[in-house]
Design a protein around this ligand. Structure first.
Ligand SMILES: Cc1cc2nc3c(=O)[nH]c(=O)nc-3n(C[C@H](O)[C@H](O)[C@H](O)COP(=O)(O)O)c2cc1C
Length: 144
């Protein structure tokens, strides 16, 4: 299931498998958890898609506390809504783009789905660790 040939990243222990990427792409929403000032925040995000096996593009259309948190603390975590199909927790660090290629791609994507959307930013989530959330003996264990 996993791509064990991966070795060119700087910090990622485990790339996303094709199954994980498909689940992120196909599920309607992922849950994005952020935190700053000791207050956790979780929101559903529809515009989330993997760009490759270590990066997920999220579109900031309406982020408020999420965006504030990410500006203060770029560490975040994601689970897909249908975690029974993809029982993993993705932890990573984001970069925020208000212009440039990622932003243009985010605008094209969002407006092609809903023409009235006016994205504020592209959020590039770089996956750094993957943990299992599968109920049972591996629950909470790092995937590596
Ligand atoms: C089904 C669903 C999909 C959503 N997708 C997005 C999205 O792709 N991008 C976005 O910025 N907000 C999206 N939202 C809105 C956020 O979940 C949330 O309302 C927004 O980030 C404000 O909450 P916050 O102050 O905690 O950040 C979505 C909400 C729902 C219910």
């Amino acid at each position: 299931m996993f791509n064990d040939s991966y070795n060119i990243n700087g910090g990622l222990d485990m790339p996303m498998s094709k199954e994980m990427m498909d689940a992120i792409e196909k599920d309607n929403v992922v849950f994005l958890s952020t935190s700053a000032d000791n207050i956790p925040n979780v929101v559903p995000i529809g515009f989330a898609r993997p760009l490759d096996d270590e990066n997920i593009l999220l579109v900031d259309n309406f982020m408020n506390k999420t965006r504030d948190n990410l500006e203060k603390n770029p560490k975040a975590a994601i689970v897909v809504r249908d975690a029974s199909k993809c029982p993993y927790q993705f932890k990573g660090t984001v970069e925020i783009f208000e212009s440039g290629k990622y932003f243009d791609d985010a605008v094209d994507w969002a407006t092609s789905v809903m023409s009235k959307l006016s994205p504020k930013a592209a959020i590039l989530f770089k996956v750094e660790q993957i943990y299992s959330v599968q109920p049972g003996p591996d629950a909470g264990k790092k995937v590596d």
